[in-house]
Design a protein around this ligand. Structure first.
Ligand SMILES: C[S@@+](CC[C@H](N)C(=O)[O-])C[C@H]1O[C@@H](n2cnc3c(N)ncnc32)[C@H](O)[C@@H]1O
Length: 406
């Protein structure tokens, strides 16, 4: 029996109390209206330098419900997360403060950062590396060969991230690795693996899994200055640590749910965003994947669980990171799959001293205002009955989304 509380309570209220109730309801309706407009106006809740509005001309869903985080964070235990807030390690809700790169607890890998004062210099060059930065362009005839002061720069033979043309060269290398399916495999969670809680996944070695060994051929990591460096946070080698620097919007589409689109022209090689979300153990990732799988039949679009594998130089083991942006994530959770590889390039980023690799997304080519951003979720796995239809509408479309269980 449905209990209609108002019939029980309201007849007992006098006119003064009824008036108060009406005023309270009107005030609450106004708060709800303001909060809704705030959420529609900026899905980042003010946590990025630029607002990312939602646009929906398709259905009644006004905004996506999730908790925004600009950087990866450890998984929250609570199933309910307040908007713009995160959970402290003691279980209290605290205002989100994601001022820097991810560190594993308080631990930073020691001795790997640079000791540059304030901002690392690109003016120097090392033997064997052509400095193509602005200072060399000004003096094209004289090739300068001085020892690079920045330790992070020396580690990678001068090819530190975002150094003029070397950035595009690096992105091309990443693209070649991706073209052979070697770099990352987003959304590939091993559902039934028992021994799954190791961060370093030695499956390839243990089981002789050849597909994993093949992937070891092409890991590309972008080195940045990080928490172990003494340079300041404004250092130009920390591009992925400053959040979003281009105008974006979240647009509702008829068949794919929400999608992330450019709100301005974006130049080739521009850093768009990192893939931020909750860092979860392999076991937790498998459990969540099963839950998301069961919701699939109800036409639910929201699963954004990604598995990143960075292969160690031996090629026999990899560092596996599970990033779940479903409940807690950033704008990357809205990027849809495209069978032709899309217009974004995913690259592994390793800030110096940070034990956990990150996934950064860069513009593969010039992207025009209004264009949807997309990348490939991974190589096509085995065919299965439960595969979701793909609506990327490209000539290369395979008809279904890549398998999520390979
Ligand atoms: C990471 S989310 C992307 C954002 C999602 N569209 C949303 O509304 O939250 C991945 C999910 O988006 C949907 N999706 C992504 N790319 C798609 C495509 N090319 N065709 C159809 N659905 C797609 C699928 O439901 C997939 O599980």
């Amino acid at each position: 029996m449905e209990l209609e509380i108002w019939k029980l309570v309201m007849p007992w209220l006098d006119s003064h109390e009824l008036g108060n109730l009406a005023r309270t309801c009107r005030a609450l309706a106004e708060v709800v209206r303001l909060l809704t407009n705030f959420r529609i106006g900026d899905v980042t809740q003010g946590q990025e330098t630029m607002p990312v509005p939602t646009v929906n001309d398709v259905d009644e869903c006004r905004y996506p419900h999730f908790c925004y985080t600009p950087f990866c964070q450890f998984a929250s235990v609570s199933s309910r997360v307040k908007w713009g807030f995160t959970e402290s390690r003691k279980g209290k809700l605290v205002e989100a403060d994601f001022g820097g790169a991810v560190t594993l607890g308080n631990s930073i890998l020691p001795g790997v950062g640079c000791k540059c004062p304030d901002i690392c210099s690109t003016a120097d060059s090392v033997s064997g590396f052509k400095d193509i930065g602005p200072s060399t362009l000004e003096q094209p005839k004289r090739k300068r060969r001085r020892r690079l002061r920045c330790h992070c720069g020396r580690l990678v033979g001068g090819q530190i991230a975002y150094d003029g043309v070397s950035r595009l060269r690096f992105l091309t290398e990443c693209e070649n690795a991706l073209g052979t399916g070697l770099l990352i495999h987003p959304k590939t969670v091993d559902k039934g693996e028992d021994e799954c809680s190791q961060d370093v996944d030695e499956r390839a070695e243990v089981t002789g899994d050849h597909s994993d060994q093949e992937q070891a051929a092409g890991p590309c990591s972008l080195i940045e200055c990080g928490p172990a460096c003494s340079c300041c946070s404004a250092c130009r080698y920390r591009v992925s640590q400053h959040g979003i620097s281009v105008r974006l919007k979240v647009v509702r589409s008829t068949y794919k749910g929400w999608s992330l689109c450019a709100s301005q022209q974006i130049e080739q090689g521009t850093f768009i965003c990192e893939y931020a979300g909750e860092l979860v153990t392999n076991k937790e990732a498998q459990q969540r994947h099963r839950i998301y799988d069961s919701l699939k039949s109800r036409n639910w679009q929201g699963s954004a669980l990604l598995v990143l594998r960075e292969y160690l130089p031996s090629g026999l083991a990899s560092v596996r990171v599970n990033i779940d942006a479903t409940r807690v994530g950033n704008v990357a959770r809205f990027i849809n799959h495209s069978c032709d590889g899309g217009n974004l390039l995913p690259c592994i980023i390793r800030p110096a001293g940070c034990p956990i690799p990150k996934l950064g997304l860069f513009a593969k080519r010039t992207i025009s205002d209004g264009e949807e951003l997309s990348y490939s979720y991974g190589p096509d796995g085995e065919l299965g009955d439960d595969r979701k239809p793909c609506f990327c509408r490209t000539a290369a479309c395979l008809g279904t989304l890549p398998s999520e269980s390979t």
